[in-house]
Every structure is written in structure tokens, then in C-alpha cells.
Write a protein that binds this ligand. Structure first.
Ligand code: NIG
Ligand code: FE
Length: 413
């Protein structure tokens, strides 16, 4: 199937090579005005300015799409989600409105353990169908690649159940999907006083099956006071790495307890959250190849200070943006909101936010050769905007749906 998209008002994030963007590079969003794009078998085959299209015969295409007045962007790359979960937790949302803190809700068996109980009772089909609906929803919001974590299982059987659901989502969906094992999300109640016992279960019982069945690409640990210490994280990650799982880690959401330094030493692909950063944490991250993934909708939903994006960019850190879609701290996978919120609350420039949510997000899933920019050979995962006056209008008009259509692997949804 060969498709021609013609008369594109502006084609954004056009690149001839891949680079992880840091510092000032993040503000450069290359574009081509009055452009065409050719798609072959779901991949970007060529693009250029309309003047150079004359030589190409219109009748050599099976489908021609006119994008007059529209912008086209690469689809969002959401590198941190927990979209396999059962049910919802709006009662805790109301508890929080009534004054309980995230830690207080967790301490009384709510939070992650509440989702773990619900997941335990859910069948594979129920979990798959719920997650599938969320995938369809985020695809219509413009997401074309997504990372999905386990972590609401917390027993051998339930963690494997979650990961097998993610594997099935990978097989059935046209979105690019990466899978992360987050058995170390919290300690199940019966292991509350026996951390060693649960960590041994992760290392000796969960990881070997995950490796044999190829159920995960990455390993994650929630490194926070009251959850996993940096030392515990190091032990779990080393066991994961020995089986080929690279770390992508939850650190510095609530406290700064050495997670960033430990993650860098573990060669983590990314450190995610970063609401609570010391100057030393920022300095350590800027001197590393680890990506800082900011999750502003989680900060927003938990009424926490936003991530220090400007300081991170100024220090030369490579940052990406993700939704953290999960039932407890970010019950939304809308990357358009993430991009707007980054501009409004973290003072990221629209260009910086778009790069962080596309090409750098692709890097945070090691999918930079497949998605994240308009480059020959990459998947035709595209957002077509409604006619808008400038690219800054996109995050500015934060409440409007500015997407005309989304294309995933060359197919319009
Ligand atoms: O990334 N903080 C840890 N994990 C999730 C929230 C999990 C939950 O509350 O269900 C997060 O924010
Ligand atoms: Fe998360």
C-alpha cells in the first residue's frame, strides 16, 4: 500500500539522523513547510517540499490524502505507563480530597495494594479487554508507542498474569509496545516485615520465568522511603540485568534517597518521576547517559511540586515526558495534556515539550530507530492537527481537541 500525503502546511520533527536531545538542542524542532510525505507498507518512504513532488506521478499511489492547512507531527511516544490494571480507585481520590495523604492511603492498605487485590481477582480476559480499551483511547489521543509495566500483581502468579497480558497486547496491537517488570512496586502485606523474603521471590521465582518466556524488556523498582531502598533496588536490578533486562526506574517522586546515583551506576535507560530532586541529583543526571522521564500529570494529580524541567534542561540532562497512566496517581494517558502541562507548569517551550514527548520518549524505550520523528524508514505514526495558527497554539489551547486524525503504521484510526 503506497500513500501520498500532500499539501501539509508544516511537517514537524523531520530529521535525517537520530540524536538523543539534551540542553539547548531540545528547543530545536525542525520542520518543513508545504510538504509531502510518502508511506510504503506502513513506513515513511520519503518526504520533501511540494515543489519537488511534481516529478512524482499522482497515479502511482493507491491512496492520496490532502492535508491542506494541517500540521503533521510524529505520534507521541509514552515511555512510562501502568495501563494493565483492574477497575479504578476514585474512592481514594475522594479520600484525598477529604485530607488523607498518598502515604496515609498506602499505609491503610489502599494505593498499590488495593489495585493488587482487584487484579488478583480479575481474569486474563478481563485484564486484556480493559487494557485494550485504554490502548485504543491513548491511540486516539495520538500515542503511537508505549511502555507498559507490571507491578499490580505482587505474587508470582499475578505478576506473570500481568506480563502475559502485556505480551498479548504487543502481539495484537499495531502500536509499538515495550514491557517492564515492576514486581518491586511495593511489598505485599505478608512480606511487610520480611523484605528479604519478597526480594528472594522476585529474584528466584519471578525473574527466571520472565526470562524463559521473554515476558519483559526492562526491569523497574519503586525506590522510595517506605518502599524499596537503593540497596534493594541495586540487588533486584543486578539480577534482572544478568537475564538481559535493563533498568528503567521509579526514583525521586517523594524523597531523594540516593536512587538517581544508584540508577546511573546501574546504567539505567531512564529515571522516572523526579518531583523531588537535589542539586546533586541534577548534576549526577546531567553527567550521565540516563534519561530523566518527567511525569507532570502524576505531580498534578497528587498536588505535588512539578518536576524542575528548566533546571534539568539548563544542566544538560536528556529529558522525556510520559503520562504514568495508572489508577492511583495519574488516571489519564492523554499525552496532549502532558505536553500542555509541561509548558504551563514547568515552563517548557512547546518545541522542547514536543521533542521530549516524541524522539526522546522513543529513546527512553530504545525505539528511536522505529518511531519518534519523521525519518525515512520509521513507522508512519502520525498526528494530523486541525488547522491551527502555529505550533505553540497546540499546548496553549489546552482544553481543545486539536487532533483531526491519527495514523498508526500507515493506517488511519
Ligand atoms: O508511578 N509511584 C508508584 N507507582 C505509580 C503509582 C501507583 C499507584 O498508586 O497505583 C506511579 O505514580
Ligand atoms: Fe509510574
Amino acid at each position: 500500500m503506497t500513500i501520498l500525503i500532500r499539501n501539509i502546511a508544516s511537517l514537524f520533527n523531520v530529521r535525517s539522523e537520530n540524536n538523543l536531545l539534551r540542553g539547548e538542542e531540545l528547543a530545536i524542532l525542525p520542520k518543513l513547510d508545504n510538504a509531502y510525505l510518502i508511506i510504503e507498507n506502513g513506513l515513511i518512504a520519503d518526504f520533501g517540499s511540494m515543489e519537488n513532488l511534481k516529478s512524482v506521478k499522482a497515479n502511482s499511489f493507491e491512496n492520496i490524502i490532502d492535508a491542506f492547512g494541517q500540521f503533521i507531527l510524529p505520534a507521541w511516544c509514552d515511555s512510562h505507563t501502568h495501563i494493565v490494571f483492574a477497575g479504578s480507585r476514585e474512592h481514594e481520590f475522594v479520600d484525598k480530597i477529604n485530607g488523607l495523604s498518598y502515604a496515609e492511603i498506602a499505609a491503610k492498605g489502599g494505593g498499590i495494594l488495593n489495585s493488587a487485590n482487584k487484579l488478583h481477582e480479575a481474569s486474563d480476559d478481563q485484564l486484556f479487554n480493559e487494557a485494550w480499551k485504554r490502548l485504543e483511547e491513548i491511540a486516539h489521543f495520538g500515542t503511537g508507542a508505549v511502555e507498559i509495566k507490571s507491578g499490580y500483581g505482587l505474587t508470582v502468579a499475578s505478576e506473570l498474569k500481568m506480563l502475559r497480558v502485556i505480551k498479548k497486547l504487543k502481539e495484537k496491537s499495531t502500536l509499538s509496545i515495550k514491557s517492564t517488570f515492576l514486581g518491586a512496586h511495593t511489598f505485599p502485606l505478608h512480606y511487610k516485615e520480611n523484605h528479604e523474603g519478597y526480594i528472594n521471590e522476585i529474584i528466584d521465582e519471578m525473574l527466571p520465568v520472565i526470562a524463559t518466556e521473554k515476558l519483559a524488556d526492562y526491569i523497574d523498582v519503586f525506590c522510595e522511603t517506605g518502599f524499596f531502598s537503593p540497596e534493594e533496588m541495586i540487588r533486584i536490578c543486578k539480577a534482572g540485568k544478568a537475564l538481559g533486562l535493563k533498568p528503567k526506574l521509579h526514583v525521586n517522586q517523594l524523597n531523594s534517597i540516593g536512587g538517581i546515583k544508584a540508577a546511573i551506576e546501574l546504567d539505567a535507560i531512564s529515571v522516572d518521576h523526579l518531583e523531588t530532586m537535589t542539586d546533586q541529583d541534577v548534576a549526577d543526571l546531567s553527567g550521565s547517559s540516563t534519561i530523566g522521564t518527567l511525569l507532570p500529570t502524576a505531580a498534578y494529580f497528587l498536588r505535588m511540586p512539578f518536576q524542575p524541567a528548566r533546571q534539568l534542561i539548563k544542566s544538560g540532562c536528556a529529558i522525556s515526558l510520559a503520562s504514568d497512566f495508572n489508577p492511583g496517581s495519574s488516571p489519564s494517558g492523554n499525552m496532549n495534556q502532558v505536553v500542555s502541562m509541561s509548558c504551563i507548569q514547568m515552563k517548557m517551550l512547546p518545541q522542547e515539550a514536543i521533542n521530549a514527548a516524541t524522539i526522546n520518549g522513543a529513546y527512553a524505550m530504545e525505539l528511536e530507530n522505529e518511531v519518534g520523528s519523521i525519518m525515512k524508514g520509521k513507522k508512519a505514526n502520525l498526528i494530523f492537527t486541525k488547522p491551527i495558527p502555529s505550533i505553540s497554539y497546540y499546548p496553549y489551547a489546552f482544553g481543545s481537541n486539536l487532533i483531526d486524525k491519527v495514523m498508526i503504521a500507515g493506517n488511519i484510526l
